[in-house]
Design a protein around this ligand. Structure first.
Ligand code: 5BU
Length: 277
């Protein structure tokens, strides 16, 4: 097992503290357990467009990441059967499958969109959703999993990392109001480029749900087409529980070394976080 040497043996409950005690959804505990075992809070944003390249990437960085975030609709010539190879590879590495679908339609259409060509309901453990259309989107997505006798979890977009987004503070609060106490909402997406925004989000969310943050990169502050970046250590230290990293890993010349660096920074921040009591 990979070990940075920062902590020798530690149980998830010790390191995650209040989050471990207070999170209600079992999927959050699964994430915290895998993260602790591998000592990484990295969710890989695997934004590649072929099944083979995805599998190669997961096989190489799998030991240093704790969940796999996909955009299934960017895969060329998608075939459901081929996709199963990605699913199996992720499972082999103990990774939760997180489809960043950003559902936004009314509840009953979101339920249908969980099926269709990509059949997200049958393989994803987690999905993202906007709150914009109304709070019934949560029940619609849950009903989608119900249609195939599965249970999954939702991350509501409370903030975004992109420049000029329209998710105001008031919108963030309404989103939390929808998610708090919901058995289907595992957590929220926060803006990883801003420690201040993450701290505020954490204050409002409390301890009973996770926050995962995209917009994280060790090297740049500006990304392509309006993406903004912050440092992985700062994101975790200010209250995020998982850093979503895409090009910082898959765009690197040496994805394995990069994944290890992100893992190390994220784990170090968790160990040093003050709220682990
Ligand atoms: P990057 O290459 O690390 O910038 O990729 C970021 C990923 O996170 C990419 O898959 C986006 O779709 C995703 N993302 C984001 O960047 N910002 C957001 O606010 C949300 C998702 Br929500």
């Amino acid at each position: 097992m990979y070990n940075h040497g920062l902590v020798n043996t530690m149980e998830a409950g010790d390191i995650w503290g209040l989050r471990w005690k207070n999170c209600a959804n079992p999927l959050s505990h699964r994430f915290m357990e895998v993260s602790t075992k591998k000592q990484t809070l990295v969710i890989l944003a695997a934004d590649l467009n072929t099944v083979d390249s995805l599998i190669n990437l997961i096989e190489s960085v799998g030991p240093y990441i704790s969940a796999l975030k996909t955009h299934v609709d960017i895969v060329d010539e998608f075939e459901r059967k081929e996709w199963e190879r990605v699913v199996e590879t992720a499972k082999k590495h103990d990774l939760l499958l997180f489809e960043d679908r950003k559902f936004a339609d009314i509840g009953k259409i979101s339920q249908k969109q969980m099926g269709g060509i990509y059949d997200i309901r049958s393989w994803a453990d987690l999905v993202t959703a906007h709150r914009i259309s109304g709070k019934d989107i949560v029940d619609g997505i849950a009903a989608g999993w119900g249609d195939v006798q599965r249970i999954g979890g939702i991350f509501l977009l409370a903030q975004m990392s992109s420049r000029g987004n329209l998710l105001t503070e008031q919108y963030t609060l309404e989103t939390i109001k929808t998610g708090i106490g919901s058995p289907h909402v595992v957590g929220y997406i926060g803006n990883g480029s801003s420690p201040e925004e993450i701290s505020l989000l954490r204050q409002n969310v409390g301890e009973s749900q996770l926050i995962w943050t995209p917009g994280v990169n060790l090297e740049t502050s500006e990304g392509l087409l309006g993406q903004r970046y912050g440092h992985p250590y700062d994101a975790i230290k200010s209250g995020s529980d998982g850093i979503i990293v895409g090009s910082g890993i898959h765009g690197s010349n040496d994805p394995v070394s990069s994944a290890k660096m992100y893992a190390k920074e994220s784990w170090r921040a968790l160990v040093e976080r003050e709220d682990n009591g």
